[in-house]
Design a protein around this ligand. Structure first.
Ligand code: ZN
Length: 219
């Protein structure tokens, strides 16, 4: 098999507010990819009744972070159940250089050598502008960007009230943006050195980001 016939394995990288969720959905559909999302996997796992899940929930309640190996264990477990003919889309991972190295190693072992790491690259200024205007539905959890001048907003999916979450305050947003750039820059360098990185200008419209991604994937 040449690289083009091998299933496509996409690692989607981008800060919150980069439009990663929307673009990930488009890529999944277009290339029939199995979705491996760290957030979803952790949420599912937290509903399980076992010692590790109970400890994770307790630690999260105490404000601790999920240990590095846990998302990794969940990705691998999920990946083992995906047909080798089907491509995958990793979302929300890897965040640390160690995770990137391990992920590369495992994908290689599974024979998944056709890897494309797509970075939706949003400037810190644009990230801030989007996140400061983000409101989240208190009923269904979907978010949208709504000008601060608008006092009331209703969710277009479920009719719930859209509110600014406490963690979307200016200081917390600045910290998150800095954290993302500090930590993920190593992961980006890693994929760049491997020749697997596709950098997309994320300051553009949703449609233009999609067009650029498809052009880069399909050459
Ligand atoms: Zn809603």
């Amino acid at each position: 098999m040449n690289e083009e016939q091998k299933p496509l394995n996409i690692i989607l990288l981008g800060i919150s507010g980069s439009g990663k969720g929307t673009q990930g959905g488009i890529l999944r559909e277009r290339y029939n990819l199995e979705y491996i999302g760290t957030g979803d996997l952790l949420r599912q796992f937290s509903k399980e009744d076992n010692a590790v899940a109970r400890r994770m929930k307790q630690e999260l309640a105490e404000g601790k972070l999920v240990p590095t190996w846990l998302p990794f264990y969940l990705w691998m477990n999920k990946l083992a159940h995906v047909s080798e003919k089907k491509g995958v889309l990793f979302d929300g991972s890897p965040r640390k250089i160690m995770e990137a190295e391990l992920l590369e190693d495992v994908l290689d072992w599974y024979g998944r050598s056709n890897i494309k790491a797509i970075l939706i690259d949003v400037s810190p200024e644009e990230s801030f502008r989007r996140l400061i205007n983000r409101r989240t539905c208190e009923k269904c959890g979907k978010s949208a960007y709504i000008s601060q001048e608008k006092t009331e907003a209703i969710c277009e999916y479920c009719g719930g009230v859209m509110r600014i979450r406490p963690e979307d305050n200016p200081e917390a947003i600045k910290t998150r943006i800095k954290w993302f750039h500090d930590e993920v820059s190593q992961v980006i360098d890693f994929f760049e050195k491997k020749g697997q990185l596709i950098r997309i200008n994320g300051d553009q419209s949703v449609d233009d980001v999609t067009k650029d991604m498809i052009k880069a994937i399909e050459g």
